[in-house]
Design a protein around this ligand. Structure first.
Ligand SMILES: [Zn+2]
Length: 146
C-alpha cells in the first residue's frame, strides 16, 4: 500500500484521497461517483483551479483563447495526450478570456502557454505549441513522480 494521495474530481471538483495504486483502477469520485479520469482535458474556471493545482496529482494546464489560431491547432494534440498521460496527471484547459485572474497570476504573456502544477507550485512552463511527439517528451521529462 502506498500513501494516500489527493486529487480533485473533474466533475464536482471535490478533493479525493486514494492510495496511489488505485489510480490505475478506474477510480470514482467519493462525492459525485463520477469517474476521476475521463481521458479528456477538463475545462477549469478560476474558482475550480486551486483544487486541482494544489493536489498531489500533477496538473498540466493549457492556457488558451478561442481567437488564438495556434491554440486551436494545438487543442487536439493536448486532448489526445490525455489518453496517454492520465492517470499520471490531470490535463486542464484555462480560457484566458474567462479566467483573466489566472492569466494575471501566472503572467501569461503569450498563448498557448503550458504549465505543470504540483502541490500548488509551478514546476514547468512551455511557451507555444509543440507537435505531439515533442509535447509528449516535454511532459515525460517534466512530470513529477507521484
Ligand atoms: Zn466528483
Amino acid at each position: 500500500m502506498s500513501e494516500p494521495m489527493t486529487l480533485a474530481c473533474p466533475h464536482c471538483h471535490r478533493r479525493n484521497r486514494l492510495p496511489g495504486e488505485r489510480l490505475d483502477q478506474a477510480p470514482r469520485c467519493g462525492a459525485c461517483k463520477e469517474p476521476l479520469f475521463s481521458g479528456a482535458p477538463v475545462d477549469l474556471a478560476s474558482a475550480q483551479f486551486n483544487a486541482h493545482a494544489n493536489a498531489d496529482l500533477p496538473l498540466i494546464v493549457d492556457f488558451w483563447a478561442s481567437w488564438c489560431g495556434p491554440c486551436r491547432q494545438f487543442a487536439p494534440v493536448f486532448a489526445q495526450a490525455a489518453a496517454t498521460v492520465e492517470p499520471r496527471a490531470r490535463l486542464a484547459k484555462v480560457d484566458t478570456e474567462a479566467a483573466q485572474d489566472l492569466a494575471a497570476r501566472f503572467a501569461i504573456r503569450s498563448i498557448p502557454t503550458l504549465l505543470i502544477m504540483h502541490r500548488g507550485k509551478e514546476v514547468a512552463r512551455l511557451n507555444g505549441a509543440l507537435p505531439p511527439a515533442e509535447f509528449q517528451r516535454w511532459v515525460d521529462g517534466n512530470l513529477p513522480r507521484v
